[in-house]
Design a protein around this ligand. Structure first.
Ligand SMILES: Cc1cc2nc3c(=O)[nH]c(=O)nc-3n(C[C@H](O)[C@H](O)[C@H](O)COP(=O)(O)OP(=O)(O)OC[C@H]3O[C@@H](n4cnc5c(N)ncnc54)[C@H](O)[C@@H]3O)c2cc1C
Length: 290
């Protein structure tokens, strides 16, 4: 199927894009990689009458050191993030997750900002943003604000973005000493969205677990941060028993819904298994390279 007719604008500055977005109102839509919006337009699930193409705004594709944070422009491609030595070093969870998205061609075009704005409940990058406590920098022609990731995702495919706003960049906290990251997901076919995905960072100090960030995708309409589940396990010794206890607690804490393809029970089993694998991998890395 072909998309409905639409107008096409290609701004050369962020200011121009924001002016066009404000003028276009509800009929205007930003396009970045086109890997989600394109199929939706082809299926006529989205029928914007005006597309505003961000692809000439190369300043939105930067990866910038911002002290304890790594600031990544919304137009950074999944492949760029996965293969960046800076991201691999300073935010390894994000690099690992980006590498697992779809197929090579999709990673070449798809962008960080597009993935967060699209807000698919099973997508990798929203999960990483919530797990790490990232901050999204949103701009409009008349405003500028920073929104924590856990406040950005409101429901499946629904975010806090106003109609005249675009995501300019996202700030992720940099990894600290003694911390390792792991991203694990399960799908039935290579390149598909995950059925369930687990993201974690583990920090160990003097042989004890000091800090864990843990998030799950695919168990709720939005990425689920499990900080409250992990809290009782801090201070423990990061061995096999510890991993098994945390994973069992996660299984108790999640309550996914049944759907036409996947049962809730299966998702809970996956949540337990993937959390165990992610924690085992992260703690294993710390034992190999303390
Ligand atoms: C076959 C296939 C398999 C895929 N598999 C996966 C997968 O396994 N995991 C996964 O996470 N994703 C997957 N994707 C989706 C892919 O990651 C998309 O790239 C991503 O969801 C959207 O990014 P985009 O840059 O292509 O956005 P676009 O499609 O251009 O836009 C998507 C939405 O974001 C908005 N938008 C874009 N940029 C901005 C911005 N800077 N500010 C505000 N709004 C903006 C657009 O208006 C639109 O509403 C898959 C896609 C395909 C076609």
């Amino acid at each position: 199927m072909k998309p409905a007719a639409f107008g096409y604008l290609r701004p050369t500055s962020i200011e121009e894009a924001l002016t066009q977005l404000a003028a276009g109102g509800a009929a205007a839509k930003l396009i970045a990689g086109g890997q989600s919006l394109g199929p939706m337009m082809n299926m006529r699930l989205a029928t914007p009458s005006q597309l505003i193409d961000l692809n000439d705004l190369t300043e939105l594709a930067c990866i910038r050191d911002a002290g304890e944070w790594l600031e990544i422009g919304a137009l950074a491609r999944h492949h760029q993030i996965a293969s960046s030595a800076v991201v691999q070093r300073d935010c390894p969870l994000l690099a690992q997750a980006a590498q697992t998205i779809g197929h090579y061609a999709i990673r070449q075009r798809g962008t960080l900002g597009g993935s967060l704005a699209h807000a698919d409940p099973a997508a990798q990058l929203p999960l990483v943003a919530v797990t790490l406590g990232a901050r999204l920098n949103l701009v409009s022609a008349s405003s500028r604000r920073s929104v924590p990731a856990h406040e950005f995702f409101l429901a499946a495919m629904t975010t806090a973005l106003e109609g005249d706003e675009l995501i300019a960049s996202i700030e992720f906290p940099k990894a600290v000493a003694g911390e390792a990251a792991s991203f694990k997901m399960f799908n039935r076919r290579h390149g598909d969205y995950a059925i369930v995905a687990a993201a974690t960072t583990v920090q160990v100090e003097d042989g004890k677990v000091k800090r864990v960030r843990l998030g799950l995708g695919g168990v709720a309409p939005m990425p689920r941060c499990l900080d409250e589940v992990i809290a009782p396990f801090l201070g423990g010794t990061p061995d096999e028993q510890w991993v098994a206890r945390v994973a069992a607690a996660v299984r108790q804490a999640v309550a996914p819904d049944d759907d036409t393809r996947i049962s809730a029970l299966y998702r809970r089993e996956l949540a337990q298994t993937l959390v165990a694998r992610a924690l085992a991998r992260a703690t294993g890395q710390l034992q190999d390279h303390p």
